[in-house]
Design a binder for this molecule. Structure first.
Ligand code: ADP
Ligand code: MG
Length: 466
């Protein structure tokens, strides 16, 4: 079997949904399992409903909810031709009622907790799954909707739930495998799960990719396909760069490093389940399905020391610390880590020397509290906001020539920090936000303009990434 995941940008309207169904139909003989994200920006819209119920009124939120529902009803109306399935419209109404009750609760209690957020936003995937199944049946496919909450069992960390992979595996084999064995096509909501006692959770924004790889690993898929709005993993996803190319092959390490450093085409957790079972991942363009896209697997041949991509992680903060007296900073490592963990602030880069350390962490609301706590035992310099620009490729971090080419290409730019040597697979520079475009462009020109290895990259037509 194979897994085929379609992102929100690939399921925006009737045309794109039909195109996705067509892509599935063409691979029907490979026993596909389909994972869907919410259509377009539905997740964001649903979250906004809760904010409206909190700050304005249930009525205001219901007006917005009506437009979300209508968007789905319109699509359903166009799809639901042959033969019409009256229960589909009823299901949308039931979801709307459910959301309305939650909005009333939010307004009444004046709180919109992560648990309630999950209860609301999970409907985005339920709605899109309904549309996809309808479209697939319209096209003559034997599609079956599978409730992700019955399979993807997670802990109760709402908005960032972690799956119980053993239980997920058992349930996938018990409930999904028999459907596939009957040559039917299971359609599963991405991103969402449930606690063992059935409370809805979500695994973090963009986690549908993760659902796809979890299910692929559980069912020993031959391949996991991520269908999106670009022609594969690109030499950069940063806007405004000319001559962006698609990368033909990446190793698991390279892809993991790219997503860790901000290439949002893949959710960072996606790689691990695929690695465990050595299942190739493919990133493909849903509007141009004939393109080869990018294949990610165990290791790539002959491209060690080649820069494959430039990843950009926006909105990071550079925190500089100094331990008081003559204490080496490493004695504070444990408590720094514990503080960051407790406030759920993630760290991208760390370096230290003697009494000093620099941390590059994700900008977040909790950071102020982290800094206040650290300040009780350590001296802090004012922190600076920036972006991380990373060159990614196997052995790139261990190739001095690449580092020197990169630094000379951007010698005019102030580098806030560039901790070096921790990873063989990347070299990262932290620069101010206003320098990001210039840095990415210069590095892209340096590493991708001339002498590009044939067969490693595929040029895109024109300047578009599509
Ligand atoms: P989906 O709705 O399919 O999940 P996403 O928006 O999550 O789509 O991911 C696709 C987007 O990821 C692209 O449109 C692109 O803007 C962005 N992106 C960032 N870095 C890269 C990269 N290196 N290669 C491809 N896309 C990238
Ligand atoms: Mg995505």
């Amino acid at each position: 079997m194979i897994v085929m995941k379609f992102g929100g940008t690939s399921l925006q309207d009737v045309e794109s949904i039909r195109r996705a169904v067509d892509i599935v139909a063409k691979q029907q003989d490979r026993n596909p399992l389909v994972v869907v994200s919410a259509i377009g920006a539905t997740t964001r819209d649903l979250l906004h409903l809760g904010d409206l119920a909190l700050s304005d009124s249930v009525d205001a939120a219901r007006v917005s909810l009506a437009s979300v529902a209508q968007r789905h009803r319109d699509i359903l109306g166009e799809l639901n031709g042959r033969p019409p399935d009256p229960s589909a419209g009823d299901k949308i109404s039931a979801y709307v009622d459910d959301i309305t009750r939650l909005l009333q609760g939010i307004s009444l209690l004046q709180e919109f907790t992560p648990r309630t957020q999950d209860a609301i936003i999970a409907h985005g995937e339920r709605l899109s799954s309904l549309l996809f199944v309808t479209a697939a049946r319209d096209a003559g496919l034997d599609a079956v909707s599978i409730d992700a909450g019955g399979v993807v069992i997670t802990d109760a960390r709402f908005r960032a739930a972690r799956p119980d992979r053993e239980e997920l595996g058992r349930r996938a084999r018990n409930t999904i495998a028999p459907v596939i064995a009957e040559n039917r096509i299971p359609v599963v909501e991405g991103f969402i799960g449930a606690t063992p006692d059935g409370v809805t959770t979500t695994m973090g924004f963009e986690a549908s990719d993760y659902t796809a790889s979890l299910l692929g690993a559980a069912l020993n898929a031959a391949e996991i396909q991520i269908w999106t709005d670009v022609g594969g993993m690109l030499t950069t996803g940063h806007a405004g760069v000319d001559d962006v190319m698609s990368i033909r092959e990446l190793s698991f390490d390279e892809a993991a490093e790219m997503s860790f450093f901000g290439a949002k085409v893949l959710h960072p957790n996606t790689i691990e389940p695929a690695v465990d079972k050595n299942i190739p991942l493919r990133v493909l363009h849903s509007a141009c399905p004939e393109r080869k896209g990018t294949t990610i697997f165990g290791s790539t041949s002959n491209t060690r020391g080649v820069v494959k991509s430039i990843a950009v992680q926006d909105e990071v903060v550079v925190v500089r610390l100094r331990s008081p007296h003559a204490t080496p900073i490493h004695r504070a490592f444990w408590s720094i880590g514990e503080t960051l963990d407790r406030h759920e602030v993630s760290t991208h880069l760390v370096a230290s020397s003697g009494r000093r350390a620099v941390l590059v962490v994700a900008a977040s609301r909790q950071l102020d509290r982290v800094l206040a706590e650290l300040e009780q035992t350590l001296e802090l310099s004012p922190s600076e906001h920036g972006v991380i620009v990373s060159l990614v490729g196997e052995d790139v971090g261990a190739t001095p020539e690449i580092v020197s080419r990169a630094t000379s290409a951007i010698e005019d730019v102030l580098i806030l920090t560039a901790p070096y040597g921790a990873s063989d697979t990347s070299v990262s520079f932290v620069v101010r936000q206003e320098n990001a475009d210039e840095v990415v462009m210069k590095l892209h020109t340096t590493f991708f303009d001339k002498d590009v290895r044939p067969g490693v990259f595929v040029r895109m037509e024109g300047k578009t990434r599509s």
